[in-house]
Design a protein. Structure first.
Length: 234
């Protein structure tokens, strides 16, 4: 590691001396992002694929979760009114038309009305677990991307160091022009891998937070439904 640090330090010193002796360097054009990414080498391809995969899963899950969150404030009151009136079929129809996790779970519970309360509770629990599974679909993949992307960046770092030593061995000299390619690959892949990992991690925890809110809604609705069935008026 000390040898690598010395190589990088010498390369940096050479670059500083070159800029000091050439005042026209400030007139050079800015670095093109695409060209910069291409300098990262072949390892940038899987890193970019992981980025696109993370963005796709995030957007797709966000749409699904937001759709499931749309429940009318008076929905449970309507269900209660219909159940107390003995109109179970109308209550099931209302639950089915919502096409949300809460609506589908209540439909399962309404089917069991007339059976022991334990059976109804089990039906609600199993339906709730199924809805949570649907909400969490592909979420573990997003979490894995958050961990895998930096590892690909580390592979790029190792590949860049190998390139540096290979070029030095061929030239038998340490020069900024010789080691620049390896340094670019080392730094770019590390930065790209970390950036994708951070993006995926933030997206993952944001979705987990929204899903936790939906789980709370599902559980609280199940409790309200059981309390409704145990009211003396029934």
């Amino acid at each position: 590691m000390e040898l690598i640090s010395n190589i990088i330090l010498q390369a940096a010193n050479t670059a500083v001396d070159s800029l000091s002796n050439n005042t026209s360097a400030t007139k050079h054009e800015g670095i093109n992002l695409l060209n910069l990414l291409m300098r990262g080498g072949w390892i940038m391809l899987p890193i970019l694929l992981l980025l696109f995969g993370a963005l796709y899963i995030f957007v797709e899950r966000l749409i699904v979760i937001n759709r499931s969150a749309h429940v009318d404030t008076g929905f449970m009151n309507q269900i209660q009114t219909l159940v107390q009136a003995g109109n179970i079929d109308a209550a099931r129809t209302l639950a089915q038309t919502k096409n949300t996790p809460v609506g589908r779970m209540l439909d399962k519970g309404l089917r069991k009305i007339g059976k022991p309360i334990e059976d109804i509770e089990k039906a609600l629990e199993s339906a709730g677990k199924l809805e949570v599974y649907r909400l969490e679909k592909n979420l573990p993949i997003l979490g894995n991307i958050a961990g895998i992307a930096p590892m690909f960046g580390f592979i790029g770092t190792i590949a860049g160091v190998i390139v540096i030593f290979h070029e030095i061995e061929l030239a038998n000299n340490i020069d900024i022009g010789i080691v620049a390619g390896g340094l670019y690959q080392k730094m770019i892949t590390s930065a790209a891998g970390l950036a994708v990992g951070i993006i995926a991690k933030i997206a993952y925890h944001y979705l987990v937070l929204k899903i936790d809110r939906e789980i709370y809604k599902i559980e609280s609705t199940a409790i309200q439904f059981i309390d409704l069935l145990q009211e003396p008026t029934l």
